[in-house]
Design a protein around this ligand. Structure first.
Ligand SMILES: Nc1nc2c(ncn2[C@@H]2O[C@H](COP(=O)(O)OP(=O)(O)O)[C@@H](O)[C@H]2O)c(=O)[nH]1
Ligand SMILES: [Mg+2]
Length: 366
């Protein structure tokens, strides 16, 4: 393990030094505002001192007898070398020589990173979350696992952009996403909640006419809920269908998940959505999808400029880290979560606290 201190005029500059010297794997242990040494310190701007830790290089040159080498200033040397040169505390520090609180913070930090990664959070994101939490931790709480845990939780919550209190506050919403993620089921749940509990006039539209079964599925829900259903076969039919439902407060549009030749093309869907700026787009994604696949799906569907996300099938996974990875990437609010097949019960407003709980709560040691 290598622990080094860097002093620079700004935090980004100090972090750049850390990355350059210790590599991208380095973890920030502490950030402090310090004065430059001497008179300059009293009149000039304050500096930022960053302490960082990195794993030992694969084959470090051993230091004779494990003692401090002449080239390496001892730990007690003035802590403010120029930003360009890192001051190694020792070339190969025996653990017991490290200041106690750094040692404790670094093992706690590692634990936190591991815990996030176990939940499917990308390593780089896990590390960023823990670094940010550590940077805000008061000095006296560096060895406090609970305080660090609470900091990590707060950093997770910060990743979620704010959303309106009612995610379906507009009038027309098109639900897009891969086949089988639960678009039609989610629409049925929302239609029930908004028509029965919120007393809205809801109309349903399906553009998923590739499979007879898909139309039948939504038709059955429309019949049970006594809601009008429009079936549209081409994007050109959609404006007329929407116009026929002018009395509706809320129109939910179901789409086909597939993009190949037989289904509605993603490009066609896109051209329709572009022509109807009043239609908001909801990208539906399943919590059971692997993180790398979620990234790909998100990439593909970003062509439709989605406004918000819905995560389905939370009941089918125990690790929600992949969702956090996506939220960080998409920077888009999450409207609803679904957690089962029951219509309409298995639906809930998406609360970042709930997702943080899924990631930290289950095996919480804090
Ligand atoms: N376990 C679970 N299953 C779900 C959930 N939402 C939908 N499903 C199921 O996923 C399957 C596909 O749903 P469907 O709505 O037809 O997906 P679509 O192709 O995106 O329209 C169905 O068997 C649904 O019952 C959920 O939150 N949890
Ligand atoms: Mg469907």
């Amino acid at each position: 393990m290598r622990i080094r201190r860097y002093v620079a005029t700004s935090l980004p500059e100090a972090v750049a030094q850390v990355r350059k010297d210790l590599g991208p794997e380095a973890m920030i242990l502490e950030v402090r505002r310090v004065r430059a040494p001497g008179l300059r310190g009293w009149f000039g701007r304050r500096r930022v001192e960053v302490t960082a830790v990195a794993a030992e290089r694969p084959s470090p040159a051993p230091v004779a007898g494990g003692s401090l080498s002449a080239a390496a200033p001892p730990a007690a040397a003035p802590a403010h070398p120029p930003a360009q040169r890192a001051a190694p505390i020792t070339a190969a520090p025996p653990e017991e020589l490290l200041p106690e609180r750094w040692r404790r913070a670094s093992s706690l930090a590692r634990e936190q990173v591991e815990r996030l990664v176990e939940q499917g959070v990308r390593l780089a994101l896990a590390r960023t979350l823990v670094e940010r939490a550590l940077a805000e931790l008061p000095e006296g709480e560096l060895g406090d696992g609970q305080a660090l845990s609470a900091g990590v939780r707060r950093e997770i919550l910060r990743l979620f952009p704010a959303r309106p209190a009612d995610p379906l506050a507009g009038r027309i919403f098109a639900f897009v996403g891969p086949t089988g993620v639960g678009k039609t089921t989610t629409i049925a749940k929302l239609a029930a909640v908004y028509s029965l509990q919120k007393a809205k006039r809801v109309a349903l539209v399906t553009a998923d006419t590739y499979r007879i079964a898909a139309v039948e599925q939504l038709k059955r829900y429309a019949e049970i809920l006594r809601l009008p259903l429009e079936v549209v076969f081409t994007p050109e039919d959609l404006p007329a269908a929407l116009a026929r439902q002018k009395e509706a407060d809320l129109i939910l549009v179901d789409t086909a998940g597939r993009s190949p030749a037989q289904g509605m093309h993603l490009a066609e869907l896109r051209s329709f959505l572009a022509r109807c700026p009043e239609v908001q787009t909801v990208l539906v994604l399943s919590a059971t999808t692997k993180s790398a696949d979620l990234d790909q799906v998100f990439e593909r569907f970003s062509a439709l400029a989605p406004d918000q996300l819905v995560f389905t099938k939370l009941d089918e996974t125990t690790s929600a880290g992949s969702l956090l990875n996506l939220v960080e990437r998409a920077r888009m609010p999450v409207g609803y979560l679904t957690n089962g097949q029951n219509v309409p019960d298995d639906l809930e407003l998406a609360r970042p606290e709930r997702l943080a709980e899924l990631i930290l709560g289950g095996n919480s040691r804090a």
